[in-house]
Every structure is written in structure tokens, then in C-alpha cells.
Design a protein around this ligand. Structure first.
Ligand SMILES: Cc1cc2nc3c(=O)[nH]c(=O)nc-3n(C[C@H](O)[C@H](O)[C@H](O)COP(=O)(O)O)c2cc1C
Length: 304
């Protein structure tokens, strides 16, 4: 049976051009599904595939002879493109310079992000790996300060409606059900965050999405690994940085709308049910940072 998600229920169809195939075996070597094998010097679809072709496209990307194509699962030979020359790849130094100078930007110039840059951000983000292809990440682009203000006000409306439930989540009686960490998080952070979202909005200040000119919400269907949304968001963030834009991940919306908030999600075209979601805001930074701040991990264990 094929691996299903919201976009497909079929296996990829493997099409081999025997006029071009030399049975070199590269496609067999890179196929993580064992969908291909060579017997008697001839490449063919294997009877021992793990799930059946899930259309990662590795075989057609690695083939030196353009002899294999995958059709189906939202993929076709037309999706192959020529890779940029290797002298255009970012070096570690240039990538590190970009990553280490990035800061979460929450103050923006009063300037819209051009559609060309939005397209580039999404083009780069679409190259992100996903648990199982095809990507089951839904993208909702919120353009312009007015749209983002309306989204944030509506979101704060959802918070106001559910405030009692959130205060209960931080309370002692719920601790055995939600666990020590979530309870502590509600008491030390989330209840304060909700209050600040509400009180700021009541005073006309948008502490949710900071009145940015562009926000993009990434969420995964219930079939997909929630990490897919976060990885795509991270790629988008890095792409934005390379285009001279500032950005900030906003994790403070989806946990509060994931369950319920049906009307809100419908209004903004967000999936009613999803496994993971995160918003990234983008815009031209108002302030310039002059120094980096070194970060550390909780710990790094080396096991040999
Ligand atoms: C998963 C995630 C969720 C975040 N959510 C928010 C948020 O809701 N609001 C906000 O202002 N910043 C948010 N941030 C930004 C962090 O606060 C920020 O990354 C952190 O303070 C470190 O600053 P830096 O990104 O400039 O290094 C989030 C970052 C991540 C990675």
C-alpha cells in the first residue's frame, strides 16, 4: 500500500527508458525504499519495496543518463531542474556570516515586502526536506499591515473567549493531567503571555505579530510530521535573511488555536486540524544590530 497523505494515496510510477539506461546501479543505491533492483543486468521495479515508491525523486535526480522518471504523487519528470553550478553554493563562512548575524526582528520599517521577495522566500522554503513526500505543509500568506492587524485582533478575541480554560491549565488541580512542565510553563510564561497579548491589543499595540507587513503561517496536515512545518519555516527565515529582510518566528499563536478556534481558522484559510504550525513574520528591519550574542546548547554529548 502506498504511504498516504492529504495530497496522494498512490505509489509513484517508475518509468525506465531502456534506450538510455546502462544499469549503472546509481538509482538502486540511492533508493531508500528498495523500489529498484537490477537482475540479469537489467534495471526494474523491485518486488521487495518497503512501501512502494513514495516519489522522493532521488533516482531521477542521480541518473547520469536521464533514463528514469517518476510519475504520480504530485511529481513528474518535469520537476527535474539543472542544479546551480557549485561555485554558487554558499561556503561555510558565508552561511555562518548570514546565520550568526540574524536576530529576531520585531520592529519594521513602514515598507511592504515586494511580491518578488515573497515568491523567492517560498521558492527557497519549498526545497526543505519533509518526512514523506509530497510535502503536506499548508502555507497561508498574510500580506499587509491591515490584514495582519485584523488576524491578530481576531486571535486575541479567541484568547479572550478561552481565558478561563488557560488559567485553569496553569492551576494546581490540572497539574496531574497536564504534567509538571506544562503547568510550570503556564504559570511562568503562557498565562502572562496571554494577558500581555490582550492588554497590549486593548491599548492598540499588536504584541502578537507586531504589525509587520508580512506574516506566513506554516502548518502540517494530520498525516505529516509536525517538524515539516518548522523546517519549512526555518528555511523561509534564512531565505528572508539573504534577501535583506528581518524575520521572527511566532510560536505564540498556533498552540492556542490548534484545538477549537474553528471560525478563526476558517476565516484565515488555516487547516481545521493540523499536527504542527508556526508563523514567521517578515519585513525590513528598523534597527541594525552591531554585535552577535553567542548561544549555547543545554548540553552536547559525544558518544563514540
Ligand atoms: C519556535 C520559536 C517560537 C518563537 N515564538 C516567538 C513569539 O511568539 N513571539 C516572539 O516575539 N518571539 C518568538 N520567538 C523568537 C525568540 O524569542 C527568539 O528567537 C529568541 O529570543 C532569541 O533571539 P534571536 O532569534 O534574536 O537569537 C520564537 C522563536 C522560536 C524558535
Amino acid at each position: 500500500m502506498a504511504i498516504i497523505n492529504s495530497r496522494t494515496r498512490e505509489k509513484g510510477k517508475i518509468i525506465i527508458d531502456y534506450d538510455k539506461c546502462t544499469s549503472c546501479g546509481l538509482c538502486v543505491a540511492v533508493c531508500s525504499d528498495k523500489s529498484l533492483e537490477i537482475t540479469d543486468g537489467r534495471l526494474h521495479e523491485s518486488a521487495n519495496a518497503v512501501f512502494g515508491c513514495f516519489a522522493c525523486g532521488h533516482c531521477m535526480a542521480v541518473c547520469p543518463y536521464d533514463a528514469i522518471k517518476i510519475e504520480g504523487r504530485e511529481m513528474s519528470g518535469k520537476d527535474l531542474f539543472t542544479l546551480p553550478p557549485s561555485d554558487r553554493y554558499a561556503s561555510y563562512d558565508s552561511l555562518y556570516a548570514l546565520l550568526s548575524s540574524r536576530r529576531s526582528i520585531r520592529h519594521f520599517k513602514d515598507k511592504n515586502v515586494e511580491q518578488e521577495k515573497i515568491d523567492k522566500i517560498l521558492e527557497a522554503a519549498s526545497t526543505a526536506p519533509m518526512g514523506i513526500p509530497p510535502s503536506d505543509v499548508q502555507v497561508v500568506v498574510l500580506k499587509g499591515k491591515e490584514t495582519i492587524r485584523a488576524f491578530s485582533e481576531d486571535f486575541v478575541g479567541v484568547l479572550k473567549k478561552n481565558k478561563f480554560i488557560y488559567s485553569l491549565l496553569g492551576s494546581k488541580i490540572m497539574k496531574p493531567f497536564i504534567g509538571k512542565e506544562i503547568s510550570e510553563l503556564f504559570n511562568s510564561f503562557l498565562n502572562g503571555l496571554i494577558s500581555s497579548y490582550i492588554s497590549n491589543m486593548d491599548q492598540g499595540e499588536n504584541a502578537v505579530l507586531y504589525d509587520t507587513p508580512l506574516a506566513i503561517s506554516f502548518q502540517t496536515t494530520m498525516y505529516a510530521d509536525p517538524a515539516d512545518a518548522y523546517i519549512v519555516a526555518t528555511y523561509a527565515m534564512i531565505a528572508a535573511e539573504s534577501l535583506g529582510l528581518g524575520s521572527c518566528m511566532i510560536g505564540g499563536v498556533h498552540p492556542f488555536i490548534k484545538k477549537g478556534a474553528k471560525k478563526f481558522k476558517k476565516k484565515y484559510g488555516i487547516l481545521e486540524r493540523y499536527s504542527g504550525g508556526i508563523i514567521v513574520i517578515f519585513g525590513y528591519p528598523k534597527y541594525k544590530y552591531r554585535r552577535g550574542v553567542r548561544r549555547t546548547f543545554k548540553d552536547v554529548k559525544n558518544l563514540e
